[in-house]
Every structure is written in structure tokens, then in C-alpha cells.
Ligand binder design. Sequence first.
Ligand SMILES: Cc1ncc(COP(=O)(O)O)c(C=O)c1O
Length: 439
Amino acid sequence: MADLKKVDPQVFELIKEEEKRQREVLEMIASENYASKAVMEALGSVFTNKYSEGFPKKRYYQGNAVADKIEILATERAQKLFGVPYVNVQPLSGSPANSIVYLSLLEYKDKLMGLSRDFGGHITHGGPLSLSARFFTPIHYELGKDNMLDFEAIEKLAIKEKPKLIICGFTAYPRIIDFKKFASIADKVGAYLMADIAHIAGLIVAGVHPSPILYAHIITTTTHKTLRGPRGAMIMVTKKGLKKDPDLPKKIETAVIPGMQGGPHDNQTAAIAVALKEAATPAFKKYSAQIVKNAKKLASELIKFKFNLVSGGTDNHLILIDLRNKKANGAAAALALELAGIVLNKNGVPFDSLPPYWTSGIRLGTPAITTRGMKEKEMVKIAKWINEAVDEVSGEEMPEDKESRSAYWKEFRNKIKSNKKLASIAKEVKALCAKFPVP
Ligand SMILES: Cc1ncc(COP(=O)(O)O)c(C=O)c1O
């Protein structure tokens, strides 16, 4: 059969273009990574062709002998790597994984309690307009004045609201999560505790972040962030979870199908199996430790340039910067940084006066650049470039009046495109990137 280049040169060229982009910039979106060639090979395999609704040995369609083997292999690898008795590898991504858990534990309008999105929680943890808020009753905790988890306030809120489910694990929280403290609160009010470790799963299996396995009843994770696999997700039940409710695996399976999904993506399952094998190696442990070392070094360098880091620093792979002292907004800074070859995202910061579309902050992470082999020495250069790029947009404050924002943005975008300083940083970034190949 003809290959992609012949069948569809347009798509082929776009893939080449994206390869080039990924090669020539610093990918610093905290939730992104470079999957290995082996993971990609499994993802692009003939498992794409198969339908296997159901679970191993209990399928609705024929021809699943091999699909069963791949799903069992992925499941067993995950059980061993995370140290949990039950794993479901079928959720198509992190958001459906969380919805599947809600569907298996909660009735319509039951209360679930998670960190507010405005403080670093994920949208699926009860965020406005999400399924989790439309079909259930979200209760939100916030961070304390020091921008750290405030367990006294969380406990008070849990006692007052008695949620059926408490969620910990976040999207933009740069500090260690004390799962034991969350468990003591959940146990006190009789709630299920779900740890959404999407961001930190790789750090956990490598032992550079504490694990929730002794404390949570259910764990959800994506497989494509620090775990460095294909886009996908898993749901795990711990021993503690089985003790609280031995039917949890059955409830989760029913919530997967027919509750939320149809057939699993077997090619994705195959690629997850590969990523789990990679994550069990000593090299992966070393890699994960370097992610944190790089983030800490980058944080300390940014502080030297008077950047205001939310919570004052980082313990994990990500850094959240409040740009208000730099008189810059998140959207302008993110665009300027992209033009300088540093790709990250605008992000709300605690007590942000701007909405999520504009924001007063940016979030950045080290998983992808660490995959390329960058170390502390490179972090010093990156901090300098970030400082220079943000300097270019200092004074870019978002108009207070909402109506004027789109006109402001149009003008800003036109102006910044031809900024010479940003173009010269981009050249230096490209030269550095050339020394660190992508997988
Ligand atoms: C904590 C957390 N949970 C869930 C998700 C959702 O994952 P997905 O984008 O795969 O749906 C994310 C995504 O960023 C996340 O940060």
C-alpha cells in the first residue's frame, strides 16, 4: 500500500511542519512531553483497526484474542508499577476518566469537592459548565494566603458540606500534595478520596513525589504528561478502595461501558503498555529526578529576575508565575514567549482579576525539555530568555473594560509579530534546541 506521502501529501507536509516546530522550540507546556519512538510505533499499529467493546475475555465482538493479550499486559504492568490491585486502561483521556469515576460513585446532584479552577484545580473537578458541575453539585476549596493547600479550611468545608467525593491532585499546583492529610479529612466525613495524578504520575512512579496508593480509594491519571506515554488515561482502585467498596471495579467497568464510552482504543492501550515498560526502568527514575531538579533550578533563576512565583517556588515539574508585578498579562506574555521560541500557556493565578482567556499569569514545566536531555545549565539560559521576552511586554496591561479587550488584542498581536528582540531570542533558542534532539 502507498505511504502517507503519496496518499496525502498535504497531511504529510503538515506532520513534517509540526515535527520541525517541536524540534526548534522549547516545549514548556507543563502537561506535554515527547513520547518515545516505540510508543508512537505502537500507537500507529494495526490495533487501530480493532473493535473490542467490553473487557478481556468478556467482549461483544469476535477476533479479540490478541486485543485481550495487549489489554491484560497493559493492565498488569500498571498494577505492578503503581502497586494497586485494580487498573482500568480504557478511559480515552483524563477528562472521560474523571467523568467515569463520578458516574460510578455518585448519583445525580451528589456533592463532589475539589480545588477551584481559579486556584489550580482541573475543569473536570467541578469547574463551571463542565459535566462535573452540570450533573453533580460542586463544592470548591481554595488555597490559603500563602497559595498552599490549607488543610484546616479544607477540613472545615468538608465537615460542613459532607461531600460524597473529595478530589485532590491538580492542574497548576507546584507543590507536594500531602495525600495523607486529604485521607484523614475524607475518612472523617466518610467520603471517597480520588487522587487525580494526571500531572505527577511519572514523578510518583519514579519516587520523586509521594504516592497516594495508601491513602486514596481511587486514582485517575492521564498517560501523556510526566508518564510520557500516548494520550490516554487510567483509573485505579487501591486496596483501601476495595476495602471501602469491593464492588468498585465492577462499578467502574459499568461506567466505562455502557456508561461513558464504547470500544477502547486498542492502539492506545498498546502504546500505554510500552510507556509503562519504559517508566519501570532506572533511566526513567533518573529522568524524573532531573525534571524536578530542572524545575527547581529554573525557579531559582526566575526569582533572581524578580519573577513572582506562586507559592514562592516549586517541588515538582511546574512553575506558575504571577506577572502582575511585571505589569504584563498572561496572554501577551505567552504570545511574546512563543515568538521567542518558548512555548508555554497563559494561566490564571490565585485571586486573578482577569478571566481564564486572558489571565495574569503563565504556567511552565520541564518534562519535555528534560526528555531532550537539558539540565541545570540550560535552565540558566532559559530563565534569562524568559526574562528578556517578558520585558518586551512589560506595560501590556489588559484593559479593565471588557469591550475594549479584543481591539487591544488585535493591535497588540500585530505589533508584537515584528518585535526584533523576540526574533533574536528565537534564533538563540533554535541553536540550543539543535543540540538536544527530540526522540
Ligand atoms: C489534573 C488533570 N486531570 C485531568 C486532565 C484532563 O486530561 P485530558 O486533557 O486528557 O482530558 C488534566 C489535563 O490537563 C489535568 O491536568
